[in-house]
Ligand binder design. Sequence first.
Ligand SMILES: C[S@@+](CC[C@H](N)C(=O)[O-])C[C@H]1O[C@@H](n2cnc3c(N)ncnc32)[C@H](O)[C@@H]1O
Length: 328
Amino acid sequence: MPKPDDSAPPVPHVPVLLAEVLEALAPLPAAHIVDGTFGAGGYTRALLEAGASVTAIDRDPSVRPFADALSAEFSSRFNFVAGTFAELDQLVTGPVDGVVLDIGVSSMQLDQSERGFSFMRDGPLDMRMSGEGETAADLVNHLDESDLADLLFAYGEERKSRRIAHSIIAARAAEPITTTAELARLIEKAIGRKPGDAHPATRSFQALRIAVNDEFGQLVEGLFASERLLLEGGRLAVVTFHSLEDRIVKRFFDPEKGGPTQSRHLPEAAVEAARWANVVKAVKAGALELERNPRARSATLRGARRTAATARSVTDARLGVPRIRGAA
Ligand SMILES: C[S@@+](CC[C@H](N)C(=O)[O-])C[C@H]1O[C@@H](n2cnc3c(N)ncnc32)[C@H](O)[C@@H]1O
């Protein structure tokens, strides 16, 4: 049994639905599993301890110390690759018995004010998981009013998106909005705050984060990449944190969406075989986990087993991906 490494950094992210994810992946001791969202390595550690080999991926370079600690402990059974899970089947050499995706932000990302993910902490309006590309400040200061409103509505389900966008445009005319606290205050002023409700900036911050990190595009690509990479009988487990993402995963696994089912009157032979079997219905955290980790409240797990049917080509048609009005 490998010894824990004393130099390992503390683990600030509590893995969500860990027992349920392990059950969904059902790793055999010699299995090769891909953890597409390594974070602090909570899932990866449990899989390694179950005897599996793990290739872990994360787009956030700051997770490297967690990966180094696991490399020291588990040597050749663990491999870390920097990148996105959209490119999973290019980053990982098969065969692969399982893939797990734990979509969304980690506690480390939320807690570091300089990353700009949280309206609870003042920091630069950044929100980039990889540290590359456009920041949330770029979007807030450069999109025109109707594009900004459409983004907040489509990705955050913010019903007061027009009012918020209007206030942002007025404020940025004086000077650019550069911090999380400035934006949070501005939104609160624009739409008010009711006692007992979530912070009024919650939905707008979610929308900006999704846009900055192309989270829906990544999810769709990652699901299809898993479909291509997994062996027959291999398992895919996906944990999501809001209904827009969960809808995409649900529809992806749905056997009805697995083939050309445009017409219910097609002869049976023309309907392609489903790519996924044994689809696990939405799993939510139990009372004990919620007591220990309130963050698990919004988590939903779905999983399925890969069949022998040929992988589909990537498409987001019929997956219910939110569209920004006016976008191509
Ligand atoms: C919720 S945390 C994962 C926590 C992990 N399961 C654990 O137990 O520590 C999500 C992680 O996935 C990473 N991530 C999010 N989207 C990604 C993507 N498209 N490609 C690669 N990594 C991604 C984030 O940087 C973050 O570190």
